[in-house]
Design a protein around this ligand. Sequence first.
Ligand code: DAH
Length: 345
Amino acid sequence: MNVSEKLEAIKNEAKERISIIKSMHELNDAKAKYLGKKGMFNDVMKLMKDLPNEEKPMFGKLTNETKQIILKYIEEQRNLIEQAIIQEQLNKETIDVTLPGKKFLLGKKHLMTQIVEEIEDLFVGMGYQIMEGPEIETDENNFEKLNLPKDHPARDMQDTFYITNDTLLRTHTSPVQVRTMLEKGGKEPIKILCPGKVYRRDDDDATHSHQFMQIEGLVVDETTSMAELKGTLLEMANKMFGEGRKIRLRPSYFPFTEPSVEVDISCHNCNGKGCNICKGTGWIEVLGAGMVNNNVLEASGYDSTKYRGFAFGIGVERLAMLKYGINDIRQFYTNDIRFNSQFKK
Ligand code: DAH
C-alpha cells in the first residue's frame, strides 16, 4: 500500500467508526487513536521516510489535510452527541401541564389567639397595658389577697388543682391584679389587661374545661367609677358583637369586688327578641365585674381612702362560643383542622 492509499484507508475507516460513536468518552478515545502521538498517522510517517525527497512535501500536505478531515468528523460527531444529551435531558424534564397542582396550605392563627388579640387591641386603644402572670400561683395571690381567706365558702366556686398547700394552678387571672398592685407599691394608678390560661378541677363536657382562657381587666386611680366601668364594657360589647349592643348590669357576688355585677349583652343574634342563643331572654351573660373591694386594695398596698378601682373578668371561650355559635368548648382544644380553619382572619 502506498502512502496515498494508506491515507485514504485511514480516512474511510475513521469516517465509518466515528459516525457510530454515541458517547464523549468513546469519542475522546477515537481522537487519540487517530490523531494522538501514538496514533495511526505514525505508520504513515514511517512510509514517508522511503519516499523520494521531491514527493515528500506533497504527501506531507495530503497527510495534514487528512488529519483535518478526521478532526472535522470528530467535531461533527461531538456536536451530534451534545445535542443528543440535551435532547434527552429535555425529554426527561418536560412539564406535564395536565397534572393536578399541589395545594399549599397556609397556616392561620387559632380562633383563641384571634379573639385574645382582638380584645387586646381594643383595650390597648383605650390606654390599657397588657400584663401577664404565672400559671402556677401562690394560694395567697390567687385567694387570700383577693379577700378569700382559707376557710371562705366562696372558694368552693373555684375547684382548685393544688400543687402543695400553698401553691396551685391559678383558678382565674385575678392574681395578676394582686401582682401588679404589689409591684406598683400602692402609689401609681393602674390600667391593665391580663390574658392567660386558668385551671379548674372540672369534668370536661360541652360547657366545662379543666383548662380555659380568661382576660382580666383592672383600673385603679383616684377618680374611677362604676359609670366608667359600664362605659368601658359597652364599648367592648359594640366592638365585639356589632354596633347597637346594649348592656345590663345585674347585682352579683364576688369576694374581690363590692359592689359586684354580672354583665349581660343584648343578644347579637336576635337583637334582643329572644332566640336559642340567648335562651329566649334577649340577653347573654358574658362576664363578671365590679368595684375593687377595699380589702383587696389594702391587702396589696393601696390606700382605699384615696384610691378606688374597677375590675372585670372575661371567659374567652364563652365569648367566642357566643359570637360564632360554637356549641362545644372542647372544639378549642382538640385541634381538629376542619374546625380551626373555619376562622380566617
Ligand atoms: N375571677 C372571676 C372568676 O374567675 C371573674 C371576675 C369577676 C374577675 C369579677 C373580676 C371581677 O375581675 O371583678 O370567676
